[in-house]
Design a protein around this ligand. Structure first.
Ligand SMILES: Cc1ncc(COP(=O)(O)O)c(C=O)c1O
Length: 416
């Protein structure tokens, strides 16, 4: 068993060689906190606070309504979409920022249903993040589709089972609980071989994985701005549609911002010629400004380097788990193979909730997902290898002393 001293020396040498190490200074992280929850809510990039101050006092306070033009508020959904496109291997005009992930998923499920009315099968994943399942279910009911449920072990068989009836498959690239990553290119190709459309939820992969939507010929994708993109709580989400699907893209949420000429105030709806037709109502402009500023931390970064560091952090965390934590009964729930893992490591334990609360009280912030998952997310731009060692050391102390058994850690809060 490695001692924490030698683990720390190893971690420090990895950090010394880390090409992304200086990025941490661009984030505002509280003293004494090891933040391993960027997969739930990203940390605050320092420049966002001053940018927001300016947006509020000058653009809103002084510019008033003029700022839609003068401060270029109006084209922000497209501009921020282009920033995200560069991170997920898409063309700038294939991504637009708007609404929530759930609402965007609804739009692209509808688009797939409307494009292929005679194909009656949707596939979604059992155990996926609930919103994906809920919205797929309600969209299926609207368009008379049936749902086939797949799980991570039998997706290929279920696609084959749907055969020529397959309309669309909606999957999450990196699983929210286990961090298991699916093979985007392979699954997309299998779906399209049956004539179906492929929708990926990138909530847990954009910003940490070198996602290549165009190279994998993905039809549609959605994702959120508040996790690894660091856009702030409830940040706007985004939606990607492959260029060749734009011309006949239809979705039922006809709002004025998706109209061909919004400021013509025509009575009848005519969809915009571009991806703008996915817009619905007025953008949440302040949130969009925060997201746009936050994304600057990624400007010019090689996503392959981000991915390499993500693998290195999660690998070290698993190695430290093996030597220091496994004897206490926590089971590893994430893949050991780095190529099958997102930027997350999860464990199961029957008392996962109070253990996580005790950890948070010691400054190591991860989260808990019922019934028994402790989740740790590794945002490569601000998490170091040293953080991994410190977090494991504190986790071991909590398990050894059983301090998690204290009453104060047992009561469930609304958000876990
Ligand atoms: C896979 C996945 N999809 C979607 C969401 C959230 O969707 P929304 O932003 O609409 O709340 C989450 C949130 O954690 C998620 O993990």
């Amino acid at each position: 068993m490695t001692t924490f001293d030698s683990a720390m020396r190893h971690a420090q040498s990895l950090d010394a060689q880390d090409p992304l190490a200086s990025k941490r200074q661009e984030f505002s992280l509280p003293q004494g906190v090891i933040y391993l929850d960027g997969n739930s809510l990203g940390a605050l990039p320092k420049s966002v606070a001053s940018r927001m101050q300016q947006a509020i006092t000058e653009e809103w306070g002084v510019g008033l309504i003029r700022s839609w033009n003068d401060a270029a508020w109006y084209p922000a959904p497209q501009r921020v979409g282009a920033q995200i496109a560069a991170m997920v291997g898409a063309k700038p005009h294939e991504v637009i920022t708007c609404d929530s992930t759930t609402v965007n998923l609804f739009k692209v499920l509808c688009a797939a249903a409307l494009a292929q009315p005679n194909r009656k099968t949707f596939i979604c994943e059992e155990g996926n993040f609930p919103t994906d399942a809920y919205i797929t279910e309600s969209t299926a009911a609207l368009y008379g589709k049936r749902i086939l449920l797949a799980h991570q072990g039998n997706i290929e068989e279920v696609i084959a089972q749907a055969g020529g009836d397959l309309c669309a498959v909606a999957l999450t690239h990196v699983h929210y609980k286990t961090g298991r990553m699916l093979d985007m290119a392979r699954v997309t190709q299998l779906v399209q071989a049956q004539g179906g459309r492929m929708i990926w939820d990138l909530a847990h992969s954009a910003g940490v994985i070198n996602v290549q939507l165009n190279a994998a010929k993905v039809d549609y994708a959605v994702g959120c701005g508040y996790k690894y993109l660091n856009g702030g709580p409830g940040a706007p989400a985004y939606v990607y549609v492959r260029e060749d699907l734009h011309a006949d893209l239809q979705q039922p949420l006809q709002g004025w911002h998706g109209h061909a000429v919004p400021f013509a105030f025509e009575q009848g709806y005519r969809p915009h010629a571009t991806l703008d037709r996915l817009l619905v109502g007025t953008a949440s402009q302040l949130s969009l400004i925060a997201l746009e500023e936050a994304l600057r931390v990624y400007a010019g970064l090689d996503m392959q380097a981000v991915r390499s560091k993500s693998k290195s952090l999660t690998q070290l965390f698993i190695e430290l788990y093996d030597s220091h934590i496994a004897p206490f009964g926590l089971e590893l729930a994430s893949p050991r193979q780095a190529s099958e893992r997102g930027s997350q490591v999860s464990f199961t334990h029957a008392h996962g909730y109070p253990i996580m609360q005790a950890l948070i009280a010691r400054g190591v912030i991860g989260d808990f997902r019922a019934p028994d998952i402790l989740r740790f997310g590794f945002a490569p731009l601000y998490v170091s290898h040293e953080d991994c060692v410190k977090a494991i050391q504190i986790l071991q102390e909590i398990l050894q002393s059983q301090s998690w058994q204290q009453d104060k850690y047992q009561a469930r809060k609304a958000v876990t």
